[in-house]
Design a protein. Structure first.
Length: 265
């Protein structure tokens, strides 16, 4: 059976997070090995590995927490904390819905450009490349995608922005070529608290179906700050979050770059 995601893809995914100095590498590596040894399909393994990466900042706030079941469903993980069995349901809040589809297309484009560069000379081009694009970029057709791939390829070869690439920054990577989005923040990029409330309400509906053997069930809402679709600068009307009613024992919102956490319940 053809693998949906290769081992190399997973290594590259984890390597990007290694650039964050605060990453708890040893637990992450151990948890990834445990997931690899499970009977899950490759697609599900990839999903679980990505989810546990998103919880990295969460683990810094709760260093005593130990994950016991990484491959369960409803909730996503089972952990041990203060002699209690804790179910952890993880969900990501998307701040820019219109960017989600574009970002998905760009990630596929990045992979094709990486393949081109690695096939030509991995040693010469290895590194992590952070790219920013001009606002008129449209990766919605095959023709446009091929043009973007070529622009990325030429930008990296020349060491400077070309075509639709607005800016290019390179960071060290000892193994492969990895292309990702440049991290830029808009000082007025707000995350509406109502989006978080809507997520909580949707999860509330599923609460009766979660594992009843746990002592407590926590909901962890993550803003993936490495994703252009999930980034934010501040939460608008944050005080509204504390009025939320939910059967979850604890609810947190966390962003995975600086690790800022908001206790909602």
């Amino acid at each position: 059976m053809k693998k949906t995601f290769s081992d190399e893809d997973l290594i590259k995914n984890l390597s990007l997070y290694y650039l964050n100095r605060h990453l708890k590498k040893k637990p992450i590596e151990k948890y990834h090995r445990t997931i690899d040894q499970s009977p899950l399909h490759d697609r599900e393994k990839y999903k679980k590995k990505t989810e546990i990466l998103l919880l990295n900042s969460f683990m810094h706030h709760f260093p005593e927490i130990k994950f016991e079941d990484l491959t369960c469903e409803s909730p996503d993980f089972i952990a041990k904390f203060n002699d209690k069995k804790i179910g952890i349901e993880l969900t990501e809040v998307i701040n820019h819905l219109e960017m989600k589809k574009i970002e998905s297309s760009l990630n596929k484009i990045f992979r094709q450009a990486e393949i081109l560069l690695e096939q030509e000379d991995t040693t010469k081009y290895r590194g992590v490349y952070f790219l920013e694009f001009h606002s008129n970029i449209r990766p919605d057709t095959l023709e446009n995608q091929q043009e973007i791939i070529l622009n990325i390829y030429k930008s990296i070869k020349r060491g400077k922005a070309y075509g639709c690439v607005k800016s290019l920054r390179k960071s060290f990577h000892r193994r492969n070529v990895f292309i990702t989005h440049e991290y830029n923040m808009n000082l007025f990029d707000e995350l509406c608290s109502e989006k978080i409330v809507e997520l909580i309400e949707k999860k509330n509906e599923k609460f009766p179906y979660y594992d009843t053997s746990v002592d407590e069930c926590w909901l962890v809402i993550v803003s993936d700050m490495n994703s252009i679709a999930s980034r934010y600068t501040f939460i608008q009307d944050k005080e509204h979050l504390h009025r939320v009613k939910s059967p979850f024992h604890k609810i947190f919102h966390i962003e995975n770059l600086c690790g800022n956490i908001t206790s909602i319940k």
